[in-house]
Design a protein. Structure first.
Length: 338
């Protein structure tokens, strides 16, 4: 199969049929073999019924339905697990992403051999104060932190080689940083393509200003995890040792100063009246706690088990056992030295 289109959605009933018909026209005109995988992230407006109707009309349509709203990252994670295409395209369901971009993205992956191609909505049709300006600040911070020279990290329109999405974990709210996750996993051939952005035709956006606050917090998280996620002792242990040494040296200074004054018969004060006593005490306690935090982090990292972060209610046209077996075979192949 050439292409898998993964579309997470929440209450987008009005746009689904139009989006499906548009994607199908593009695929048929380019003679692509394809599948369209809709992930219903707990919709309450009849989106799932529309997906069921589309699946009856077109066997290429598949669906996953969550019991409740778990978030876009979890929806993408579930979709990535079920895809079968050699190239995976993600896009939003609100018709702001243009399906006509799919052939260009596909060619960049197959002909140019990129691992990931991220869309760049250079000309946007969003509110300047609530979306455009915060988005520019967010993308600037993401570029500085990650080292990736992308203009639009949060664009939903992206293309991936199958190996990329099968080897990254999208969790929490990390869908904004899939290019960073891919880079950290060793997929470095990442490119950007200017794509057409369209104004929302139906309904209203599901994201408010809080998404930028969450985005910056997630940016700090992914920076930390990319540097110390596999070796927390390197950060907490190092800080703990430094703090403990400061406390130990401060305590040594107190002792030497006390002995010096006693030897020269100079007046002395109680140790607890010396401000260095409290500096030594606090820094040694903090140092010990940081060291223990790093030690516990190493233990947790080595004993953790991966649990599902969402519950699926219904599945359409997807053979779960077949996909899981194929995924397991791919993992075995990837683990065999080349």
């Amino acid at each position: 199969m050439n292409i898998s289109v993964v579309i997470p959605l929440l209450n987008e009933q009005e746009s689904l049929r139009e989006l499906h018909d548009w994607i199908a026209r593009v695929m048929q005109s380019n003679r692509f073999s394809y599948e369209i995988l809709f992930i219903d992230d707990g919709s309450t407006d009849g989106s799932w019924e529309t997906i069921c109707a589309l699946a009856e009309e077109n066997e290429a349509v598949k669906g996953i339905r969550f019991f409740r709203n778990y978030g876009k990252s979890q929806a993408l994670h579930a979709g990535f697990r079920m895809t079968r295409g050699e190239v995976v395209i993600t896009m939003d369901a609100d018709l702001q992403d243009n399906p006509e971009e799919i052939p260009g993205l596909y060619n960049l992956i197959t002909a140019q051999q990129y691992d990931l191609v991220s869309g760049w909505k250079k000309k946007r049709y969003d509110d300047i104060l609530t979306k455009n300006i915060p988005s520019k600040l967010f993308n600037w911070a993401a570029r500085k932190t990650s080292g990736l020279k992308l203009h639009d990290f949060n664009c939903g329109l992206k293309a991936y080689r199958k190996e990329v999405i099968k080897n990254i974990e999208v969790y929490g709210e990390m869908h904004r940083y899939i290019p960073v996750l891919a880079k950290n996993a060793g997929f470095t051939r990442i490119e950007e393509k200017i794509v057409q952005h369209q104004s929302r035709k139906y309904g209203k956006t599901k994201f408010g200003m809080e998404r930028f606050i969450h985005g910056f917090l997630d940016l700090i998280t992914i920076w930390f995890l990319s540097r110390f996620g596999k070796r927390p002792m390197h950060l907490f242990g190092a800080l703990g040792v430094v703090m403990f040494l400061i406390g130990f040296l401060s305590a040594g200074y107190i002792g030497i100063d006390k002995l010096y004054k006693l030897y020269h018969h100079q007046p002395t004060i109680l140790v607890t009246q010396n401000p260095w006593f409290f500096i030594a005490l606090v820094t040694m306690i903090i140092g010990s706690q940081l060291f223990l935090a790093g030690f516990l982090g190493e233990i947790i990292l080595r004993t953790k088990t991966n649990n599902d972060r969402y519950k699926i209610s219904d599945i359409l046209n997807v053979d779960v056992r077949k996909e899981e077996q194929k995924e397991g075979q791919d993992n075995i192949k990837n683990s065999i030295p080349g």
